[in-house]
Design a protein around this ligand. Structure first.
Ligand code: PFF
Length: 458
């Protein structure tokens, strides 16, 4: 018998509220900013295919597992793991999984906020009309002017962190649901519009082929594709677990996970289809790095009918998408402080917000005064600055590691009767999930880790 448990944070109003909030967490800078630039850096084709495989075979099963653990535990990830470990009579060090997530969320938000700051500043840049008729060179130098100026970056990073803290302090459920309902479909519509523009550039086919025709790939790129599957679905660090803990018992977790993964993947693919044709039409290189969308999309806004309005709306919605993801990045830490230190949500958010902001300074400086302070880690990365290092360690190591442990706990250590009861789905779907989470997911993550460090060759 399990003891009935109730979250002290309240519950979502229903299934749709959870799907919207989790989609808000999943769809963010990862889809629109990061996916195109890492796909560009790793040659497109095969990278995109590996990413899609990882979403289907690793991402979806782990998302189901993570939401399930959250809903059963009904608390912040640290306390959820403590509760579940005792319920299943397992070692109490499983709480470390919760801690790994809190640290990962804090590290990710520190640089996420800096990039969201770029998007914020582009709302105003686009609005001022400075991209009208702009050339690739002009757009490039506008971007370089922004990132080479630490004071500007700091100001935008600060504004974004304050925005995030205000919402987190009020409680994630107030308003999030309504806002996501309207704004997500709008973002989707605008992306379609930009893809429509990309079709008129005469290089759409080239962009399409770049994204979908397989080529060569190395072990490290496979790790980056897998890491991105975790990053983009917000998995492996407790964000989806804590949202799952606010989920009413009656909701089908499996259906929700499919819906979220499909929405998230569609947005990323649309972003790629919007960007790569513009890259090729303007003689640019797809491997421009983190500035890619800021150096390509403004060209489209500068040349399309109504481009200023479309561009401003696009960056507003991108900031919004980043905002709903940022909120979920610190929710596990805030929920823990509220539960364990008896803090009010307001205090907890301010504390964590200030610490994250401070760490973010490292990423602000990574694009200017600390740009050349780099180091290398054999097999994993070369010449990485502070920002590159944080991004690599969190997305490609910490999240997959978190996901691996979530899969092990959910499919090996939790009794089948518990997971069956919690998922309450058709026997065939349950079997499929259990098989994937027990065998396929952990083995795949381990193989990818081993191939990245050169132990095996794929
Ligand atoms: N999924 C978000 C994105 O793609 O932008 C980023 C993210 C949010 C990662 C929450 C991890 C997380 F827990």
């Amino acid at each position: 018998m399990t003891t009935p448990r109730k979250s002290i944070h309240g519950q979502w109003s229903g299934r749709m509220a959870f799907i919207l909030a989790a989609t808000g967490s999943a769809v963010g800078l990862g889809n629109i900013w990061k996916f195109p630039y890492i796909a560009g850096e790793h040659g497109g084709g095969t990278f995109v295919l590996v990413y899609l495989f990882c979403i289907a075979l690793i991402g979806v099963p782990i998302m189901i597992a993570e939401v399930m653990l959250g809903r059963r535990g009904q608390q912040s990830p640290v306390n959820t793991m403590e509760y579940l470990a005792s319920e299943e009579k397992r070692n109490e060090s499983w709480v470390l999984l919760g801690w790994l997530g809190i640290v990962a969320g804090f590290l990710i938000l520190s640089y996420y906020s800096v990039i969201a700051g770029w998007a914020l500043s582009y709302v105003f840049r686009t609005g001022s009309g400075m991209f009208l008729g702009a050339t690739a060179d002009g757009v490039n130098s506008i971007f370089n002017n922004l990132v080479s100026d630490p004071e500007h970056l700091l100001a935008w990073h600060t504004i974004f962190m304050v925005m995030t803290m205000v919402v987190v302090a009020r409680g994630v459920k107030n308003g999030l649901e309504k806002a996501v309902t309207f704004l997500m479909p709008m973002l989707f519509g605008l992306l379609l519009l930009i893809v429509g523009y990309a079709m008129t550039t005469g290089h759409f086919q080239e962009g399409f082929d770049f994204m979908f025709i397989p080529g060569k790939i190395d072990g490290n790129a496979i790790l980056i594709a897998m890491g991105h599957a975790f990053f983009t679905l917000s998995l492996g660090m407790g964000a989806i677990m804590v949202y799952g803990s606010y989920l009413p018992k009656s909701t089908s977790i499996t259906q929700a996970a499919f819906a979220i993964a499909i929405a998230d993947t569609t947005v990323a693919l649309l972003a790629g289809l919007a960007i790569f044709p513009i890259v090729f039409a303007n003689g640019l290189e797809p491997d421009k790095g983190p500035g890619l969308i800021f150096q390509t999309l403004p060209i489209a806004f500068g040349h399309m009918e109504g481009g200023t309005l479309i561009g401003v709306s696009f960056f507003v919605l991108l900031v919004f998408a980043a905002w709903t993801s940022a909120i979920s990045l610190i929710e596990p830490a805030v929920a823990w402080l509220v539960e364990n230190r008896n803090m009010s949500r307001i205090y907890a958010s301010v504390w964590i917000g200030v610490l994250t902001w401070l760490l973010g300074l490292g990423s602000v400086f990574s694009f200017n005064i600390w740009k050349d302070n780099t180091w290398s880690l054999p097999y994993l990365f070369k010449d990485a600055n502070f920002f590159d290092t944080l991004d690599y360690l969190t997305a490609n190591i910490m999240l997959p590691l978190g996901g691996l442990f979530i899969a092990i706990f959910a499919a090996w250590l939790m009794r089948e009767s518990s997971s069956r009861e919690e998922l309450a789905t058709w026997p065939l779907i349950y079997r499929g999930w259990h098989f994937l989470t027990r065998y396929v997911t952990p083995v795949a993550v381990l193989i990818v880790f081993l191939s990245a460090i050169g132990v095996i060759k794929l």
